[in-house]
Write a protein that binds this ligand. Structure first.
Ligand code: SF4
Length: 700
């Protein structure tokens, strides 16, 4: 097939490059049209999806490898990189080389990256930016249900529910086609409750909005659970049959009486009672959490409290009801299943489990004893770079931590302290601009691979456009490096070959993909995992996949959900005289993650071109700030300037900044959740002031 860069006639049915909804789309002749056959979007797209084809012909694409900023051939770039990796490893040991991946990488790439770290580099030092996304929800549901699948039910179940509680998710801006499922629910008479410190576009759709103080979702969940028990909404038959630990949880919430919770959260008692009544009286109800509730140093416990509430009401494992996490990044689900996490092997296996190591080592053709153990989590890894105890070299794929990591100024210093930074990307992101070596990659529609969307549905993102000459796929780059490190034969560049190996590596694991093939995905518009292969019993036919994994039992040893008592605690950094405001962060409709892609799309940039800070009118008046003023926001970690937007949709004690530009993450607090190692992105103490004329002159 002859291919010309930008020629989008190569194939056409594919998926969006951005969020975890993974909307289906056709790409042809530079035009995008939505697919009707993918239930998540069923003919809808948001403006990011509609404009995604512009990325394919962006003038900002890099197509030539760069070595210290100068164009070089691929051979020179790969020879140099492999030579430096070998030298650093020889001098400092295998853990002196680190790998950092991303939640937007296809399953094949995430799998290959984990294998590359453990087999080609023999380093334990690998983690990825998904740690910053959904790791608290993953830790909580692994503890409760024994398995982490974002939505353990098809997304269309939401439209058939009678009530939905969404805690800390703004889907109307982050993934607008999701709203059609909420609208379907409401048009049948269902009720929507939203918990958010801001009156977001999603909160505006709600029948009830609980505008909690940032950092208090856990107290609010405990209060809702207290009311549910006190007012007779606990489903005692379900609790006895399907859970353990309810009595301890019931005792633990007795101290969280509604008036106390109101004092902590700012949510009126009457609203809490109404929320519980809506959920408790619904025939089918769902509790969903997003990053607002999860990105905290107590995120795992917060999600656990919402899961406890869902279990008390008897929701998980009942058709049409349940608990789910609204995953964010494009392959946020699949990216956390196949081994790019510090503590994990493919199939959602634990790297310190001897049986898991033996199974995966056999697939990889290595001795289990040669596989390294668990490494550092994402922030801890970035924090250790270039230190005497930490890695000296970093290979980075599909991530832009200079913008997206917490305490980003410090992370930038750590990246600068490395002996070698290698970045694979298709644009010169803020992080790529710092790299010793930049390796130009192909992107979404220029290559094929599988993505697992927020429902746990494995999808095929087909190649639909020809890549520019000079760009190489991440798989081919890993293969080229592996060849130079002496194990090229273990790293094929063909995605289907890699997927077939992933299937074998995942077989028998929690996230078992062994029965999923490219052909099945195409024929069935996706297959839900777990989907084991059934070759041993061909007469039984292929496994159908598992849309609702908890209907009969949870994935725990005794089949019951585990209820664990948790308690509220204040944010890692509370407000004080010097920093009297809560700073929270999030996304806007026009942009995705660090903005490395969407900030390069003209029409999206016209809609949202610069970082802003949202300020309540009372606070603005007190600080003498007018709409459009340049203001400086400060925290204990740094300062950032932004344009003030004054509106009453935010609490007067809170300011909000989007994280698609360099700015808010200079301020965020890297305090980590003890279980998930999630940083506290969603709340820190801050101060705000108007920029003076002197500031403006200096900045000019
Ligand atoms: Fe769909 Fe998300 Fe892409 Fe928007 S960004 S079109 S919601 S996948």
């Amino acid at each position: 097939m002859s291919q010309v860069h930008g020629d989008t006639t190569v194939g056409s049915a594919t998926h969006c490059p951005y969020c975890a909804l993974q909307c289906g789309m056709y790409v042809a002749n530079g035009e995008i049209t939505p697919r009707e056959d993918i239930p998540a979007n069923a003919g809808g797209l948001c403006q990011k999806g509609w404009t995604a084809a512009e990325l394919l012909t962006s003038p900002e694409r890099i197509t030539t490898p760069l070595l210290h900023g100068k164009p070089v051939t691929w051979e020179e770039a790969l020879d140099y990189t492999a030579g430096r990796l070998r030298a650093i490893r020889a001098e400092h040991g295998p853990d002196a080389v680190a790998v950092f991946g991303g939640g937007g990488l296809t399953n094949e790439k995430a799998y290959q990256l984990g294998k590359f770290a453990r087999v080609a580099l023999r380093t334990s030092q690998i983690d990825y930016n998904g740690r910053f996304c959904m790791s608290s929800a993953a830790a909580a549901v692994n503890r409760a249900f024994g398995m982490d699948r974002g939505l353990p039910f098809p997304i269309t179940d939401i439209g058939r529910a009678d009530a939905v509680l969404l805690a800390g998710g703004n889907v109307a801006e982050t993934m607008p086609p999701f709203v059609r499922h909420l609208t379907a629910m409401r048009s049948r008479g269902g009720r929507l409750v939203v918990i958010d410190p801001r009156l977001t576009q999603t909160a505006r759709l709600a029948d009830l909005h609980l505008q909690a103080t940032p950092g208090t979702d856990l107290a609010l969940a405990l209060g809702l659970l207290h009311i549910a028990v006190a007012e007779g909404h606990a489903d005692l038959g379900y609790l006895a049959a399907r859970t353990t630990g309810f009595e301890a949880v019931r005792a633990s919430v007795s101290a969280w009486w509604p008036e106390r919770v109101e004092r902590v959260t700012g949510v009126p008692v009457a609203q809490m009672r109404e929320a519980v009544r809506i959920l408790g009286e619904a025939g089918r109800a769902m509790i969903l959490t997003g990053r607002g509730a999860e990105q905290h140093a107590k995120g795992t416990d917060t999600v656990t409290a919402f899961v406890n509430l869902a279990l008390t009401l008897g929701l998980p494992g009942r058709e049409g009801s349940g608990y789910g996490c609204v995953t964010g990044q494009g392959n946020g689900q699949g990216g956390r299943e196949h081994g790019q996490k510090a503590d994990q092997l493919p199939g959602y296996r634990k790297i310190d489990d001897p049986a898991a190591r033996a199974h995966v080592a056999a697939v990889w053709g290595v001795d289990p004893a040669d596989l390294p153990g668990p490494g550092r989590s994402a922030y801890e890894l970035l924090d250790a770079l270039g230190t005497p105890e930490g890695p000296r070299a970093l290979l980075l794929f599909g991530s832009n931590p200079v913008v997206s990591a917490p305490r980003a100024g410090h992370v930038t210093e750590r990246l600068a302290a490395l002996d070698l930074l290698v970045v694979a990307d298709f644009v010169l992101s803020e992080t790529a601009a710092m790299a010793d070596v930049v390796l130009p990659t192909t992107q979404w529609a220029e290559e094929s691979g599988t993505m697992t969307n927020l429902e746990g549905r494995v999808l095929l993102r087909r190649q639909a456009a020809a890549p520019p000459p000079g760009a190489r796929s991440d798989l081919r780059i890993l293969g080229g490096l592996a060849e130079r490190l002496g194990c090229g034969e273990k790293f094929p560049a063909d995605p289907r070959t890699v997927f077939d190996e992933l299937r074998r590596a995942s077989a028998g694991g929690i996230a078992d993909y062994s029965g999923i093939t490219y052909e099945r995905i195409a024929a069935e518009t996706g297959v839900f995992w777990p989907c084991p292969a059934t070759e041993t019993a061909p007469e039984a036919g292929p496994h159908p996949g598992t849309p609702r994994p908890f209907l009969d039992r949870f994935a725990t040893p005794d089949g019951r959900a585990r209820m664990v008592p948790v308690d509220h605690r204040p944010p890692a950094e509370d407000v004080d005289e010097e920093f009297p405001l809560y700073l929270t962060s999030g996304r806007v409709l026009a942009h995705y993650q660090s903005g490395a892609q969407t900030r390069r799309i003209r029409s999206l940039n016209q809609v949202a071109s610069e970082v802003f800070v949202e300020v309540h009118p009372d606070l603005a008046e007190r600080l003498n700030v007018a709409p459009g003023d340049r203001v400086r926001v400060r925290s204990r970690r740094g300062a950032a300037e932004a344009v003030a937007r004054v509106n009453a949709s935010i609490r007067p004690d809170t300011v909000f900044m989007p994280f698609h530009w360099e700015g808010v993450n200079l301020l965020t607090n890297p305090a980590l959740d003890p279980m998930s190692r999630m940083p506290e992105f969603k709340v820190c103490a801050a101060a705000l002031e108007r920029c003076t004329g002197e500031d403006m002159e200096r900045d000019a």
